[in-house]
Design a binder for this molecule. Structure first.
Ligand SMILES: Cc1cc2nc3c(=O)[nH]c(=O)nc-3n(C[C@H](O)[C@H](O)[C@H](O)COP(=O)(O)O)c2cc1C
Length: 351
């Protein structure tokens, strides 16, 4: 447990506009992460190694993409007890994202809606920040999540992904191809049939070239939405396998509002995360596991607010689990709680 209880910090942070609270937290972490003050928020680490896609994850709980879009706080976030941290989404060029306000809390539902739109400082700044971090040197796993610029026409999306893949490749333990944000126009169309086939074909070919060049084959994961039916998931699963993708991250935020109807902010445009997406994500994980067979790596994410929620992802078929919104509502103690629960569940499953 960290020395600064989140129960004290949360009322202050929740008194601020959500994006301001986020920026303040990230600024503070960036300032203290390389100083002795970091001991004020460090968590103990649950040792529970598991090998997936050729990578040994030191435990089964990771930070989901989007919290640290510019990779500024990898070390600070890493010391909360995560076995793996995913940063980004980064786009080739810097971009401001959508107009503010663009992030909303729905506390009654333990949820957030965001329409940030990949606001980020661009690939060069991102890579410079990644290079400064020491997290990977400690045997922890770093995922780098890539996307396309809003101004790039969707027909040219592949070229953005290839530029970003090339830039992040030497610095990643795995790369995530994010095709499931609802906040970049038409991005999710890349999840369908020919578009997905063309994109993943190009990514796979460039990855082979990069593997030769760098002497290391970096696993590529693809992150998908929860708003997919069984037929769409089946096509995605087949396409992932056909192009030799190494894993799937399920899921991103949802555009559905069924679970939050009538609540303040429920009708804001954007992606809904937190408790209302738990079951929708687990449904997609179950369908993926049925389609992909037992061995294909699945990273489960969406709505984890407790150790029991994390375990529900394993039971649905995930191998490891990520969190984002749970960290906002529960604070850093959730990392340990979830890591311990996952370790216990795996011990039971393997007994
Ligand atoms: C404010 C916010 C920003 C996000 N930005 C990204 C992003 O840039 N890239 C991405 O792949 N996922 C992004 N996500 C999605 C999360 O990584 C995660 O998949 C989703 O929120 C569901 O998990 P959760 O319920 O634990 O938050 C974002 C989520 C939130 C709440």
């Amino acid at each position: 447990m960290s020395l600064v209880p989140y129960s004290l910090a949360r009322p202050f942070l929740f008194g601020l506009d959500p994006e301001t609270a986020h920026e303040l937290t990230m600024e503070s972490l960036a300032l203290v992460q390389a100083t002795p003050l970091k001991w004020a928020y460090c968590n103990s680490f649950v040792d529970d190694p598991v090998t997936l896609a050729g990578i040994t994850f030191p435990n089964r709980i990771g930070l989901a993409a989007g919290l640290d879009k510019n990779a500024r706080c990898i070390d600070g976030l890493g010391s909360l007890g995560f076995g793996f941290v995913e940063v980004g989404t980064v786009t080739p060029k810097p971009q401001p994202g959508n107009p503010k306000p663009r992030m909303f809390r729905l506390p009654q539902a333990k949820a957030l809606i965001n329409r940030l739109g990949f606001n980020n400082d661009g690939l060069d700044a991102f890579v410079a920040n990644v290079k400064r971090s020491t997290f990977r040197g400690k045997g922890r796993i770093l995922g780098l999540n890539i996307g396309k610029n809003a101004t790039t026409p969707i027909e040219n999306a592949t070229s953005d992904y290839l530029i970003a893949l090339e830039g992040v490749y030497p610095h990643a333990d795995y790369v995530t191809v994010n095709i499931s944000s609802p906040n970049t126009a038409n991005l999710r169309t890349l999840q369908s049939d020919e578009a997905l086939d063309a994109l993943l074909g190009a990514v796979a070919a460039r990855r082979e070239e990069l593997a030769k060049k760098h002497g290391r084959r970096v696993p590529v994961f693809v992150k998908i939405a929860p708003d997919l039916d069984e037929a769409q998931v089946a096509v995605i699963a087949a396409t992932l396998k056909r192009h030799g993708m190494d894993g799937v991250i399920a899921t991103n935020t949802t555009i559905s509002r069924d679970a939050v109807k009538g609540l303040p902010h429920a009708e804001e445009a954007g992606g809904l995360s937190g408790t209302p997406v738990l079951e929708a994500s687990n449904r997609v994980i179950r369908m993926l596991r049925a389609q992909l067979g037992l061995r294909f790596p699945i990273i489960g994410v969406g709505g984890v607010m407790s150790g029991a929620d994390a375990v529900s992802k394993l039971q649905a078929g995930a191998d490891v689990v990520q969190i984002y919104t749970g960290l906002i509502y529960r604070g850093p103690d959730l990392v340990n709680e979830a890591a311990r629960a996952l370790k216990r569940e795996c011990a039971v499953q393997n007994a």
